[in-house]
Ligand binder design. Structure first.
Ligand code: 4AD
Ligand code: MG
Length: 481
């Protein structure tokens, strides 16, 4: 007999037909009602057990976490809370789960506890919903670009360059760390390493994606990226997934239009395609906030926040305007910002959140950042009125509750300007000779951006910590599993 998954079964007309279902026990109530879940959807299937048919020892083995195969009849449910249920004729215990030691009990566990049980946490309602959504979001992203004629490009994971120039890289080597081969002058001899040079895990696929765009016009990457920044926050991972579209003949305005349209599309997609999981997460937050002080609660529910983003244009402002707004703000005047607000200094999370959550109350795209603290590849702007220094055609998209979800720019396509910039920022030309050749042969304006996949997941699921939207998070001092 063929197994039926629970999701389709719940939408099947119950006519007493024989079915075979398999899944894990969530709860077993009154020696009679099994809540069975197979992960196909948020809902459990109710299995009704004629306990007179089984001995006590067998019934004891139907415990939370056990894997079962149940043959029975699909009938309309007598009880409230479900439309159909299965009257069990035969129960097979595929895998026992000793309730004395099984970590997941039918009660509320803390997020920290569940992180330590990451191999089991996907069996909870919350994490089941989160990881089904993660799939849907990834699928929506591919669909968006595919429908618009972009080509999915696989950029290297191991590279010799630092695309962001921030020096936050994990080294890749096969040399013996205790006794590496040395040159005559006593330095590590990287020539003897596997690739014959120093290599690291990529921080971004952008530079290679630019080569793709300068041939195929429209490409995107969707790949893991790695950053050895020692940031122990709810928004940083050492290994995260990034989506990086890159478009030839597009300027910074085209780039903003693309990013806004793309973000709205993927939000709309999950609202339309994952209503049950989204409704569950929405209720979860309401319950969590019930006992919180008003000022700690979200200004809007999860679903309302997502709909709000869909219905409003993102605010577009320059960095220079952002600084003016911040310096005129109450928290600035009352000295409540921890970090300085000064033209030439990067915006910190507290500033971004003020702009988005207090001032505009909607997503904001900030452009025209000072050249001094942005990456070398960003295009130098014409002198900007009111700006005391050079600015670049950068754009960061800031979301409520998250801060930066997208970072992007128009790229410097002028060879001489790019070389001067690299020299000033000490980016070695020998490493990026090929990148410079893209400007020597058929250069053209082009733009792109990077969306942090897990930051977007945090926004969509309303989870409070980025470690809870990736199955097995990598963070400082943590690479378990
Ligand atoms: O702003 P970033 O560093 O931009 C780039 O890497 C460019 N090469 C993108 C491009 O133009 N093609 O990173 C892009 C996004 C950020 O906006 C943020 O959402 C996410 O990646 N991000 C992280 N997400 C989780 N953990 C981290 N440590 C992250 N660092 C960046
Ligand atoms: Mg950034």
């Amino acid at each position: 007999m063929q197994r039926t998954e629970i999701k389709p079964l719940l939408h099947t007309r119950p006519e007493g037909q024989q079915v075979l279902v398999k899944g894990w026990v969530r709860t077993f109530r009154a020696n009679r009602f099994i809540a069975l879940n197979d992960g196909s959807c948020i809902h459990n299937l109710q299995v009704v057990v004629e306990f007179e048919q089984y001995d006590e020892a067998f019934l004891k083995r139907i415990a939370t976490g056990a894997a079962l195969a149940v043959k029975g009849r699909l009938v309309a449910s007598q009880g409230a809370g479900q439309d159909v249920e299965v009257l069990a004729d035969h129960i097979d215990i595929l895998g026992d789960s000793d309730p004395a030691v099984y970590p997941l009990q039918p009660k509320k566990h803390s997020m920290q506890f569940l992180r330590e049980k990451a191999h089991l946490r996907m069996r909870t309602q919350t994490f089941g919903a989160v990881f089904r959504l993660r799939h849907a979001l990834a699928f929506a992203i591919h669909q968006y670009f595919h429908e618009r004629g972009f080509f999915y490009m696989h950029t290297p994971i191991i590279t010799g360059s630092d695309a962001e120039g921030a020096g936050e890289m994990f080294r890749v080597t096969t040399l013996d760390p205790i006794n590496p081969p040395l040159t005559e002058s006593g330095e590590v001899d990287w020539k003897q390493d596997f690739f014959g040079k120093e290599t690291n895990l990529t921080v971004s696929g952008q530079l290679e994606a630019e080569a793709g765009a300068m041939s195929l016009s429209k490409v995107y990457t969707f790949a893991p990226t790695f950053r050895a920044e020692n940031s122990n926050t709810t928004r940083h991972l050492a290994e995260f997934w990034m989506i990086e579209p890159e478009v030839a003949f597009a300027d910074i305005h085209d780039n903003m239009d693309l990013a806004e349209d793309f973000l709205k599309y993927i939000i709309r997609y999950v609202l339309e395609h994952c209503p049950d999981d989204m409704a569950f997460l929405d209720r979860r937050i309401q319950q969590e906030e019930k006992n919180m002080k008003a000022e700690l609660r979200r200004p809007m529910g999860l679903l309302d926040t997502l709909r709000f983003v869909l219905e409003h244009d993102f605010e577009r402002i320059t960095y220079t305007e952002a600084i003016r707004i911040l310096r005129n703000s109450k928290p600035f005047k009352k000295g409540r910002f921890e970090f300085p607000v000064e033209w030439g200094k990067d915006l910190q999370s507290e500033h971004e959140r003020y702009l988005v959550e207090k001032h505009y109350k909607k997503p904001v795209i900030v452009t025209g950042y000072p050249a001094s603290f942005k990456a070398f590849y960003m295009r130098l702007n014409e002198p900007e009125e009111g700006a005391p220094g050079d600015t670049v055609a950068a754009m960061d998209i800031l979301f409520p509750g998250i801060g930066e979800v997208v970072g992007g720019s128009q790229r410097e396509e002028r060879l001489d300007v790019l070389r001067a910039k690299m020299a000033a920022m000490k980016v070695p030309e020998e490493e990026l000779w090929w990148y410079l050749e893209l400007r020597k042969f058929g250069t053209a304006p082009h733009s792109g951006f990077g969306l942090g996949f897990e930051r977007m997941m945090v926004f969509i699921t309303g989870m409070g910590n980025i470690r809870d939207v990736i199955p097995f998070p990598r963070t400082p001092k943590n690479a378990e599993f």
